[in-house]
Write a protein that binds this ligand. Structure first.
Ligand code: SF4
Ligand code: ZN
Length: 310
């Protein structure tokens, strides 16, 4: 039986592939939280008086993030944490994670607000997929869902007077997003999950240096309940293909995701200076036109909904 390399006392339950280190449960939990703290200070993600809106989907990653920020918040009396959940209108799927989110916030005593695509955009993902809207807008369910969720989180964050939004994007998620942009022939326009000054409510990702498998383990050891039902549209997602490839690659070559992040972000930073200083009128993200692509889609959808008969 292997013994933990840190405390040299307890039985090891996890081998960190990048370093080869063996960790027991409590040393793993401690090192996980330490890494998130280091990430927060390295990128200066929070201010002492922030009102942090955690984007809480009800999945394990976001529940783990809420738990950790709720814990950290108690060290900063001027800061506060609030949770926001977006209901996309996917019957049978969102109901389960919504219940997990509501129960978890109640347990922690965290203020929780739920906003729906229906109330914000007069449409649900289910409706989009089962009417002519999909053909008219021309996007797959996940592209549309992602665009609307992003906008919904911005609106929700403003409504709850948040100064910053924290998302549970992990190292894996961020590299996947960079790859998706590259495979579309684009270079990412900025770093994901770091605090930028040019948007009104910045988005930060405290798990940006934490691999997905460690977030899953942290959630498991924290006794967080997992959602069992997958989204019925998950198979449409381009991200899924990239996720599978990158996960297998990382399993065979530990450390590849960190290496990719370091090099890609160096490139993105040097490219950032050349990116147009022009900003989208609505969301303030870099854009060559008056509106960015995502905001164009939202506007188009709102117009289609306003002109189509109920
Ligand atoms: Fe939305 Fe696609 Fe995720 Fe389902 S799998 S919640 S449609 S992004
Ligand atoms: Zn925009």
């Amino acid at each position: 039986m292997s013994i933990c390399n840190r405390c040299n006392l307890e039985r090891a339950v996890y081998k960190r592939a990048v370093s080869g280190e063996l960790l027991c449960k409590s040393c793993f939990m401690e090192s996980f939280e330490k890494r998130v703290r280091r990430t927060i200070s390295k990128y200066d993600l929070f201010r002492e008086d922030d009102r942090i809106a955690v984007a809480l989907s009800g999945g394990k990653d976001s529940l783990a993030l809420l738990k950790l920020l709720w814990k950290l918040e108690r060290e900063f009396p001027m800061a506060s944490v609030v949770a926001i959940t977006i209901d996309e209108g996917i019957p049978g799927y969102r109901d389960e994670s919504l219940k997990l989110a509501v129960d978890f916030c109640r347990k922690l005593g965290v203020e929780h607000h739920v906003y729906t695509f229906r109330e914000l955009f007069n449409v649900t993902v289910h409706e989009y997929m089962s009417t002519s809207l999909r053909e008219r807008v021309g996007l797959g369910p996940c592209s549309l869902c992602g665009i609307l969720r992003r906008r919904a989180i911005d609106i929700a964050a403003e409504k709850v007077n948040a100064t910053v939004v924290a998302t549970a994007h992990t190292l894996d998620d961020i590299i996947q997003t960079y790859f998706m942009e590259i495979l579309r022939g684009d270079l990412p326009k900025g770093l994901i999950g770091v605090r930028t000054r040019d948007v009104s409510i910045p988005r930060v990702a405290p798990f940006r240096l934490t691999p997905e498998n460690e977030v899953v383990l942290y959630a498991y050891f924290s006794g967080i309940s997992f959602q069992e039902t997958p989204c019925p549209y998950a198979s449409y997602s381009q991200r899924d293909l990239i996720r599978r490839f990158l996960t297998e690659f990382e399993d065979n070559h530990p450390g590849s995701l960190y290496a990719a992040m370091a090099r890609l972000e160096e490139l993105i930073r040097s490219h950032e200076r050349e990116v147009s200083k022009n900003r989208c009128r609505i969301c303030l993200s870099p854009s060559s036109g008056e509106l960015c692509r995502a905001c164009q889609v939202v506007e188009e959808l709102l117009q289609l909904r306003a002109t189509s008969s109920p």
